[in-house]
Design a protein around this ligand. Structure first.
Ligand SMILES: [Zn+2]
Ligand SMILES: [Zn+2]
Length: 142
């Protein structure tokens, strides 16, 4: 049994660090192959997420926000360029790029969305629910 149940993560340069107060509050990962996520990440986005109340920025020195979808803020490191967050300010949740987590031992993939928009240069590996469009949602644990 582990006593430290926090989940932590951040970018390569360390200018952005965050923690989720309990790793069981992380949602399973949803991968998105839509065109915008491809551009934002350079390939595709695989995002976990949690509720704002469990999420704390430990360092946001180099954190920058950009909005390309209404009501969603994309967070990235302005120094090293890592894609990090999708924040939904009007909702209780924030999505977290799964690759930015320090430890992914307990993280599983639940679904892949916008499969029809995936880049032509790779084959989708069937894992989790495969959804053609964005019609899928997964609540973050309460
Ligand atoms: Zn950085
Ligand atoms: Zn997407």
């Amino acid at each position: 049994m582990t006593t430290n149940t926090k989940a932590t993560g951040g970018c390569i340069c360390g200018g952005v660090r965050y923690e989720v107060s309990d790793h069981t509050k992380l949602r399973p990962v949803v991968a998105c192959h839509c065109e915008q996520c491809r551009r934002f990440s350079g390939h595709f986005i695989a995002a976990s997420g949690t509720q704002h109340k469990y999420f704390t920025l430990l360092n946001q020195e180099t954190l920058r926000w950009y909005t390309y979808i209404p009501n969603v803020k994309q967070g990235f490191c302005g120094e090293c360029g890592c894609s990090l967050f999708f924040d939904y300010p009007k909702e209780a949740r924030i999505s977290i790029a799964a690759g930015s987590l320090d430890n992914t031992d307990n993280v599983t993939l639940a679904a892949q969305i916008y499969c029809t928009e995936a880049g032509d240069y790779y084959h989708l590996h069937p894992e989790g629910e495969m959804i053609d469009d964005g019609e899928f949602s997964l609540n973050c644990p309460d």
